[in-house]
Design a protein around this ligand. Structure first.
Ligand code: T46
Length: 137
C-alpha cells in the first residue's frame, strides 16, 4: 500500500556560527546504490512532469528549492505529497505511477535513482500500468 511510502529525513547540519545549513545524503539512507542523478527546473507552474511508472527503477526525490506536489498511484489508491524542504526526500519504490505538478517559481526537483536511463523501464500508458500491477499482485 502507499502507506509504506514515507518522507525521509535527510540529516541537516546547522552551522553553529550562523553560516546556514548543510544536508548530506549517504549510502545508508537509501536502499539502493545511486547510479544516476538528474534534476528538473524552470518548470512552468501549469506544467506537469512524470505521468509514468517504472518497472524496476527506484528513486529519491528532493525539493532542493521551492515546492511541488508528487501524486503517487499504485493502481488502487492515490496519495499526494508536497515536497518543500531540502532536508526531506520522498523514496518512490518501483511499480508506482507518479505525476509531479504545482511547481513553484524557482523549484528544483533533484532525483537520485537506482539505474541508468532505459526507456524500456517506463510504463508511459496508464492502462498498461494498470494491467502490469494486476500481473504482479
Ligand atoms: C521521473 C520524473 C520525476 C534522458 O535522456 N535521460 C534521462 O536520464 C532522463 C530522466 C530523461 N531523458 C530524456 C527522455 C525524454 O526525451 O529526457 C526527456 C524527458 O524525459 P521525461 O519525459 O521522462 O521527463 P519527466 O520529467 O516526465 O520524467 C522524469 C524521469 O524520466 C522519471 O524517471 O520519475 O522525471
Amino acid at each position: 500500500s502507499l502507506d509504506s511510502i514515507q518522507l525521509i529525513d535527510i540529516p541537516k547540519i546547522s552551522d553553529p556560527d550562523g553560516r546556514g545549513n548543510l544536508s548530506v545524503i549517504e549510502k545508508k539512507i537509501l536502499p539502493y546504490e545511486i547510479k544516476r542523478v538528474y534534476y528538473l527546473y524552470d518548470v512552468p507552474s501549469d506544467s506537469s512532469r512524470g505521468g509514468h511508472a517504472h518497472i524496476e527503477l527506484q528513486q529519491f526525490l528532493i525539493a532542493l528549492s521551492g515546492s511541488f506536489d508528487v501524486v503517487l498511484d499504485n493502481g488502487l489508491e492515490r496519495k499526494v505529497y508536497t515536497l518543500n524542504r531540502p532536508n526531506k526526500g520522498l523514496l518512490i519504490p518501483n511499480g508506482i505511477w507518479r505525476e509531479l505538478d504545482n511547481f513553484s517559481a524557482g523549484a528544483v526537483c533533484l532525483s537520485l535513482v537506482s539505474d541508468v536511463y532505459k526507456e524500456s523501464d517506463y510504463l508511459r500508458d496508464y492502462n498498461d500500468f494498470k494491467s502490469y500491477t494486476k500481473t504482479t499482485d
